[in-house]
Design a binder for this molecule. Structure first.
Ligand code: PMP
Length: 356
């Protein structure tokens, strides 16, 4: 830290992202990316846009919002795009949360939330999930604070039904309820259809997971027009050109190419269920994930050792070294071949252990 860093920032503890190795020595199952490339249409439109980057990109993302509005069945004025959903979260936090408007979210959930709360000086309370990593809905009814829930939650992959989200909205009418739907396309019911009924709802989406565009950085907020205006006030004060022309066009392509999108989701669902079944048969506890990752533990094989042993075999998964999560390992769903290698390696390692 230099002697120039301002006092308000010297207590920050930034989010630690999963490893991003610089070579392709690994089968990479650690950061919940899609194992397939983005849609061919998304790629073509992005390539074409590359020839136009002498000009500034459209700060209002007009064409992208129009396409997204049609696909998501909302109005273009009910959408704001930003540089990944992490960026959207930052605008939502800084628009709606402060000392007078504190926040609650589960313990355990996406660990970035604590970093972004600290950056924005937002007091927060973490409400424990139960032993099986389930969010207890009653904890959030009439809680009288802003609420942030990942649905499905991470790293458990477990989704809450829409009826619960609706009750949280109804019982907290004077607080903002943010629903982070990073993994919703893989399973679960989106809250988007509720934005016209609840002026306190912000749905947050990303193109990083289901659209295979993690490296392009595209996220969205979907909410009533007034909330979108508030977040745009922040976005346009900080970085109005936060979506580059290529990403904007790739986003349009990903949204238009429904058949590619649907086929990717179907493939991921099938691979996930097959892997979950094989892991359960080998004695693993596997949470009921409706996402593109599995959260697993085995009585004879601590999560940290699974992570370390797999890394030695050139397979990267994610381990969280915190008291509640240390027994567990999170495995992103790879393609068919990658998951075959993962399962063969992991089950082989387990056998060596239990035979020894
Ligand atoms: N929300 C959740 C629950 C996530 O797991 C992630 C990705 N790690 C994000 C948001 C951020 O996604 P991105 O910034 O790539 O859109």
């Amino acid at each position: 830290m230099s002697r120039f860093l301002t006092e308000k920032h010297n207590g920050l503890s930034p989010y630690v992202p999963g490893e991003q190795p610089k070579d392709d020595q690994y089968i990479k199952l650690n950061t919940n990316e899609l194992p397939f490339p983005p849609s061919p249409l998304a790629q073509r439109l992005a390539r074409e846009a590359a020839g136009t980057v002498n000009l500034y990109c459209d700060p209002e993302c007009t064409a992208l919002r129009k396409t997204a509005a049609e696909v998501w069945n909302v109005d273009p004025d009910e959408i704001m795009f930003a540089n990944g959903s992490d960026d959207v979260l930052n605008y939502a936090f800084s628009a709606f949360c402060d000392e007078k408007h504190p926040l609650v979210f589960p313990d355990v959930t996406y660990s970035f939330y604590t970093s972004i709360a600290a950056l924005n000086h937002v007091p927060y309370e973490e409400i424990p999930v139960d032993e099986e990593f389930r969010i207890l809905p009653e904890d959030y009814y009439s809680c009288n604070k802003n609420v942030l829930l990942a649905n499905p939650n991470a790293p458990s992959g477990i989704a809450l039904p829409l009826s619960v989200i609706e009750k949280i909205l109804q019982t907290n009418p004077d607080n903002i309820v943010m629903i982070d739907e990073a993994y919703i396309d893989f399973g679960g019911e989106t809250a988007t259809k509720l934005i016209n009924r609840y002026d306190n709802l912000v749905v947050i989406r990303t193109f990083s997971k289901s659209c295979g565009m993690a490296g392009a950085r595209l996220g969205a907020a979907i909410a009533c027009k007034e909330l979108i205006e508030d977040m745009n006030r922040l976005r346009n004060s900080l970085n109005p050109y936060c979506i580059n022309s290529m990403t904007m066009q790739a986003g349009i392509g990903a949204l238009l190419d429904r058949s590619y999108f649907e086929s990717c989701l179907k493939r991921i669902g099938a691979i996930r269920e097959d892997a979950a079944e094989k892991l359960r048969a080998a004695g693993f506890t596997v949470t009921s994930s409706t996402t593109n990752f599995l959260f697993v533990k085995h009585p004879a094989y601590p999560g940290k050792e699974i992570y370390e042993d797999l890394k030695k075999k050139n397979i990267l998964i994610r381990h969280f070294n915190t008291p509640r999560l240390k027994e567990w390992a999170r495995i992103s769903i790879g393609n068919e071949e990658e998951m075959e290698v993962l399962l063969e390696t992991l089950l082989g390692l387990l056998k060596e252990r239990t035979d020894a």
